[in-house]
Design a protein around this ligand. Sequence first.
Ligand code: KIV
Length: 282
Amino acid sequence: MRTTILDIRKMKRNHQRIAMVTAYDAISARLVEQAGIPMILVGDSLGMVVQGNDTTVQVTLADMIYHTRLVMRGTQKALVVADLPFMTYKISPEQALTNAARLMQEGGDPGAVKMEGGAAIAPTVARVTAAGIPVMAHIGLTPQSVHQLGGWRAQGKDVDSAKTLLEDALALEQAGAFAIVLETIPQQVAKLISERLSIPTIGIGAGVDCDGQVQVLPDLLGLLDDIKPKHSKQYVNLADLIRGALSDYVREVEAGEFPTAAQSINADERMLAGLKKLAKGE
Ligand code: KIV
């Protein structure tokens, strides 16, 4: 049985902090689950860390469906939350419902979808959750609006905008969101919101007082060693390890040291005799 949204809400009530990370394929999702992480985000950050774009804007619903299916295939226990990408839910609540339904049905049946936006999308969150699809909300630095925000800037940095964030969070909770991502806002604002909401807050760049944390997997693993966001900690430098392993491989291939007998298949005696004749042209 997979972790459910009720389990995640219970974790907040039990003061149990929630660890969440992104995954985009079956192999990494399996490792994430094996590490005991209860909730995985198939983030549209894949537009940047998998597809190599500068923003998440070019990610399509088809991309999200494909990657969500892979993550679902690689996991058995985790609650998988799939991002609805740019402009697939902001046109109308009906558009959101149609696309959320596609993501659920064609994406291998994840447990929830995620949407970026504040009180303005509360009617959409209400429509989608009323139809039976759990929604994780996302406020603060919302990457799909990076152009409107004028860049990757911290949000909620004055009292008025902090008040708006709190009102947004309350409206989204009221609309039925089961959890809410708080991205790149002052930790004191995140603490206030976390205390006021009954649903879990999941922070990224929002301090330790959120009910949980979400991180982008390649940031934690040091896979993109030229990108080191302030909000993330590199637990290992996989880029170095991978480059080292691959240069060993190149060196061994070039030196004729790979493959060895251990990686090779041998013909049996009878076949060897046949091969000898073949070599002689018999
Ligand atoms: O797409 C993503 O990975 C996200 C996280 C940064 C929260 O939305």
